[in-house]
Write a protein that binds this ligand. Structure first.
Ligand SMILES: *[C@@H]1O[C@H](CO)[C@@H](O)[C@H](O)[C@H]1NC(C)=O
Ligand SMILES: *[C@@H]1O[C@H](CO)[C@@H](O)[C@H](O)[C@H]1NC(C)=O
Ligand SMILES: *[C@@H]1O[C@H](CO)[C@@H](O)[C@H](O)[C@H]1NC(C)=O
Ligand SMILES: *[C@@H]1O[C@H](CO)[C@@H](O)[C@H](O)[C@H]1NC(C)=O
Length: 413
């Protein structure tokens, strides 16, 4: 519309002998107002994408509701499931702490996402019976998560579902971030985002307006030895990844005494420490190199013996405490991760973990296809309508379409 109007002005200028100063002035005014409009539209777009990314899609909600209903009807129709499951749990108990097996840590409140992580890992495993998945979820999603893995067991692999509320050691006197999450100031910072008038805060702050930043599940990655006291090594997987290869060689990678095995993400100037941390703060500038390379959470091999030896949880608590006022970094787990595992991260080969499928439309397809793990980090999750369509199939091929629950909930969508 603006361009049309500008064309109109130009043609009038040709027809009627306009003063060229006048034409130029009017065009400048139009250009300015067009720029303002674009800016507002961009902010609105960011806000809406953010909003869509936070919304639970209807079929996913349906799936959770169905599973919860089944769970609470367990003494009725599906009693046999539970008897079989209880028996299996008993058999599996020893496996949960068996150091000769391959253990995974998954923290998730999304049944469909967790099911894809487990199914893709098991499908591509050479010896599925040696893989053990430890899923931690929250109170709200526990019944649905438990029910899914009872009724869709990835046998012969083992899945153990736990409720975060049952971790007695996880209380606000031990865990600072819990106290911070409960703090009124953080809630205000987050909740005022629901008001579109806060768009004036700019797009930079908007990206923190996601409930994941308020969820304790997201911070459990800093408590691996507390959750798994008997294990020596564990592979952490985010719930927005898909596994495309047998991952067992990862357990043989020599971490050279480091605690965290991860892929590095720095390219030229991006994703170095100064992208994430406030180097104007002396605590940061005195302790870290601004040019140090960032790395990614999402697929991390943790050596729990080294973790305990080096007091990783203590280091994490120390920095989280210093950041009470959010001056060192804003929100999220990557900045405290970079700090906590500084000098303690071993870089893994990039083919292990390819990132960006949740925001970057230009990820190399060959890289995706050769990757052991692909990661939909960003807002465009594969279970949302927002998903980048060319990346969707890598994920959806592991959705269990034979499941009657999935058929029921997704047929209507
Ligand atoms: C809180 O956790 C700590 C350490 O994890 C534990 O020693 C303490 O007993 C817990 N407190 C409560 C009230 O459960
Ligand atoms: C671990 O770190 C915490 C916090 O910095 C500290 O209080 C504690 O004494 C440390 N423990 C050991 C064994 O070094
Ligand atoms: C960074 O740290 C400096 C020094 O403490 C502080 O004045 C400034 O507000 C911090 N920046 C942000 C964005 O928090
Ligand atoms: C990290 O390693 C560098 C080089 O080895 C060393 O100078 C620095 O003190 C270490 N920093 C921390 C926080 O351990």
């Amino acid at each position: 519309e603006r361009a049309k109007a500008m064309g109109h002005v130009l043609s009038s200028a040709r027809d009627v002998l306009y003063n060229s100063d006048e034409v130029s002035r009017r065009l400048r005014v139009m250009l300015q107002s067009a720029e303002l409009n674009i800016d507002t539209a961009k902010k609105q777009n960011t806000f809406l994408v953010q909003h869509a990314a936070k919304t639970v899609p209807m079929p996913l909600h349906c799936l959770h509701m169905q599973l919860i209903t089944d769970y609470h009807l367990r003494d009725g129709v599906i009693k046999e499931y539970f008897q079989a499951a209880a028996l299996k749990d008993e058999e599996d108990k020893a496996k949960l702490e068996d150091r000769s097996l391959y253990h995974y840590a998954i923290f998730s409140d999304n049944v469909l996402a967790a099911s894809v992580v487990v199914r893709s890992t098991v499908t591509n495993a050479k010896e599925p019976n040696k893989h053990v998945f430890h899923i931690v979820t929250d109170k709200l999603n526990f019944a649905a998560m438990k029910m899914w893995f009872i009724s869709h067991s990835p046998r012969p692999a083992t899945v153990h579902v736990e409720n975060i509320d049952n971790f007695k050691w996880l209380n606000s006197s031990y865990c600072l971030v819990m106290r911070q999450l409960e703090s009124a100031r953080l809630k205000e910072f987050y909740f005022k985002a629901h008001d579109p008038s806060s768009l004036s805060d700019g797009t930079e702050n908007l990206k923190y307006r996601n409930p994941k930043y308020l969820s304790m599940l997201n911070h459990l990655r800093f408590y691996m030895p507390e959750i798994h006291p008997k294990l020596d090594k564990i592979l952490f997987l985010d719930d927005d990844v898909v596994v495309q290869k047998d991952l067992t060689p990862l357990w043989d990678v020599d971490l050279k005494g480091m605690v965290n095995g991860a892929v590095e993400t720095c390219k030229e100037s991006f994703h170095r420490f100064d992208t994430y941390l406030n180097f104007s703060h002396p605590k940061i500038s005195e302790n870290f190199d601004p040019r140090a390379c960032g790395w990614a959470f999402g697929m991390n091999m943790f050596d729990l013996k080294e973790w305990k030896k080096r007091n990783i949880t203590g280091i994490y608590h120390y920095w989280q405490n210093l950041n009470e006022d959010r001056k060192l970094w804003k929100l999220g787990t990557l900045p405290p991760g970079l700090i906590t595992f500084y000098n303690l991260t071993h870089p893994l080969d990039h083919t292990w973990h390819v990132l960006g499928l949740g925001y970057d439309p230009a990820v190399d397809i060959t890289e995706i296809e050769n990757a052991a793990v692909v990661h939909y980090n960003g807002n465009y999750k594969p279970w949302l309508d927002l998903a980048v369509s060319k990346y969707k199939a890598y994920w959806s091929k592991y959705v269990d379409v034979d499941s009657s629950h999935i058929r029921h909930c997704y047929a209507r969508a």
